[in-house]
Ligand binder design. Structure first.
Ligand SMILES: Cc1ncc(COP(=O)(O)O)c(C=O)c1O
Length: 354
């Protein structure tokens, strides 16, 4: 299917890879040699190309800058011990990109454009996929409006692009999170389920207030009552209370995380009781106080499984059980990593080999 698409390939004269210290990679600051780009105009995607990573030239009247038609995805490529490049559930990212696109009045990106762009890019930048367990190549597909137009209406033209960055871990330590009961990230009928730029911009100010107080991130609560836990800034969140794994259901206020659904699938297969339902703050605080909360963690592509060490609610810091005692999340992290890095068999069809 993909070979029906014509794609221009322009390679760098000299790779920058020798400048990279793969043992100390700062998250999201090092970019691989090439990027993929396609243009949408007159109702179709054209001008598919892989070219050296470089800055873009945009009109000051670019409508994405002013009115925010801008969406993105995040996935990772892993290097197996056999030196194969493995992508984790890329079709799920493609599908989610298009759900975001629909909500933001943007065109769909066809599967062939998404996958062939990804594959051609990774073929050229194969050497940028780190080999160390815990490191990977973060892949950032994104689409934004390109009309030069001041006035509010959906753009007629767009760019879809992909670039990649070798990365280590997102959080270098177990996270301290604050439950936010004043500001809101999403509301019923809004855009919370979409991976659109504005959701993240709106979250910055409240997150900064929490960071000033020494917390890494917020846990958002529902906008109407602020009593129910939704998700964190870049992760879905889960609690193991007694022996039940509990997480908020996805809907229009929560991002349908790919790590989230992978964890839930594995947990169900292992016979763990899983509940996707509203989780109240009171229930979690009560479970911490009476010792039934065994584990709390975030799930996300960037953060993988991020243990939550401390929860703050209403001015009180609650320290959660020690990380070494957390059998479930440690096992989930190992199992997911074994699948992602091609160490364990891919019985779920989650892996696409390059
Ligand atoms: C708001 C938000 N929630 C959850 C997630 C986790 O989703 P995934 O597991 O697909 O990376 C992300 C990251 O993409 C996110 O940005």
């Amino acid at each position: 299917m993909t070979d029906t698409l014509s794609m221009q390939i322009k390679k760098v004269n000299q790779s920058r890879i020798s400048e990279v210290d793969f043992d100390n990679i700062a998250f999201g600051k090092v970019y691989s040699d090439h990027m993929f780009m396609a243009d949408y105009k007159d109702g179709e995607w054209t001008n598919l190309q892989v070219l050296p990573y470089e800055h873009l030239r945009l009109s000051p009247a670019n409508s994405a800058i002013h009115y925010g038609q801008s969406i993105f995805e995040g996935l990772k490529a892993y290097r197996s011990p056999e030196n194969e490049i493995l992508l984790f559930r890329p079709m799920d990212n493609w599908a989610r990109l298009n759900r975001s696109a629909a909500r933001m009045c943007m065109p769909e990106v066809p599967e062939e454009v998404f996958m062939s762009g990804l594959q051609e890019l990774l073929k050229l930048d194969n050497a940028w996929v780190p080999s160390k367990i815990g490191s990977s190549l973060y892949i950032r597909p994104f689409m934004f409006a390109t009309d030069e137009y001041i006035g509010i209406r959906p753009s007629d033209t767009y760019k879809f692009m992909i670039f990649t960055c070798p990365v280590g871990s997102y959080y270098s330590e177990p996270v301290r999170v604050r439950i936010e009961t004043n500001y809101s990230r999403a509301y019923t009928g809004g855009t919370g389920f979409a991976k659109c730029a504005g959701n993240y911009a709106g979250a910055l100010y409240p997150a900064k207030q929490a960071q000033k107080l020494g917390y890494h991130q917020l846990i958002w609560t529902d906008a109407s009552s602020h009593q129910y836990i939704e998700e964190s800034g870049t992760m879905n969140v889960m609690f193991l209370i007694n022996d039940t794994l509990i997480t908020a259901p996805t809907g229009d206020t929560i991002l349908d995380g790919i790590t989230r659904k992978s964890v839930l699938t594995l947990a169900r297969e292992w016979g763990v009781k899983v509940e996707e339902r509203k989780v109240s703050i009171l229930e979690v605080v009560e479970a911490i106080k009476n010792g039934t909360l065994k584990e709390a963690f975030g799930t996300g592509t960037a953060a993988t499984i991020a243990p939550i060490a401390l929860l703050n609610h209403d001015g009180v810091d609650y320290t959660l059980p020690a990380i070494e005692t957390r059998e479930f999340s440690n096992k989930i992290l190992k199992t997911l990593n074994d699948i992602r890095y091609g160490i364990a068999p891919d019985t779920h069809n989650w892996i696409t080999k390059l």
